[in-house]
Design a protein around this ligand. Sequence first.
Ligand code: A2P
Length: 343
Amino acid sequence: MAGFNVAIMGATGAVGQIMLQTVEQRNFPVKSLKLLASARSVGREYAYKGKMYRVEELTEDSFAGVDVVLASAGGSISKKFAPIAAKQGAVVVDNTSAFRMDPEVPLVVPEVNSHALKGHKGIIANPNCSTIQMVVALKPIYDAVGIERIVVSTYQAVSGAGARAIEEFKSQAKAVLEGKDYPPKLFPHYIAFNCIPQIPQSDAFQANGYTSEEMKMVNETRKILEDQNIRVSATCVRVPVVSSHSETVNITTRKKITADEVRKLLAAAPGVCLMDDPKNQKYPLATLAEGRDETFVGRIREDISQEKGIDLWVVSDNLRKGAALNAVQIAEEMVRQGLLMAK
Ligand code: A2P
């Protein structure tokens, strides 16, 4: 295969960097590669397959000849530039929330709803990181016995807030340990040695008391599972962890299912690694999931408070499956389905 002209929009960012690594690691067929970021980063260089590539400034002229754009430069940048790229014939896989709820835009997790890619109009949305790992773990159960309700609490890594947020967390943790002060800048409160029940950092709260991140989990889950009746209540919490989101997920199923049956389903599920041996203290951990592709599931048990309930603990690398890897898998799936054309 000759390959595709690939552009990474936001290539210098926390997700953009992992996109670059993932494209290389998975041997995505690349004919040419463009690294796009703001004027601030022009001239920086990153390696791809042993060759250095210089960052170019993102402009309206950046997309000539480009076949596929992997975008993670923030919602307002995507709102402006994704339609420009699509108009010039590129397919944009967009990691921001700009287009996720647009009825014209497929919202895709390849293990769950790759059929939704057909009929795309040039923009594909990559779901929210917390939603991706949750639906990867729940889809096999949803298909087997149905799910009526989900109650999820997240323990989300700081890397989800970008490269500067990681820096703030590390510098603040170091300063606190040295007895110095490092006041919050990006985060609304101290993130070192703390948990913050607010994501994102600003304009988070909606009229109903939920944050926008929590409502993403509600609305995106419904769209991905194509089930407007599924009830979801989410609490999203930022925790002092660099990589990988953890989640407690409590579900009410339509038909009764045992914990053993869930384990069997998940052991065979695509993209899932079952890690459920609590007697030997084996269960998913953020530190284990970091740098890995799988969604790890453990602590599976029948909910003692309801007849048709299951509890799970779900952990995945938010920058990989939650963002960059899922985006690259979407591009791969489009190649497989003949939906991505090389110019
Ligand atoms: P830059 O590094 O030049 O600011 P993160 O999510 O880690 O904060 O990364 C955001 C990404 O989006 C970075 O690659 C950043 O580039 C890019 N970005 C932010 N603002 C712009 C802009 N106005 N034009 C192009 N890229 C942008």
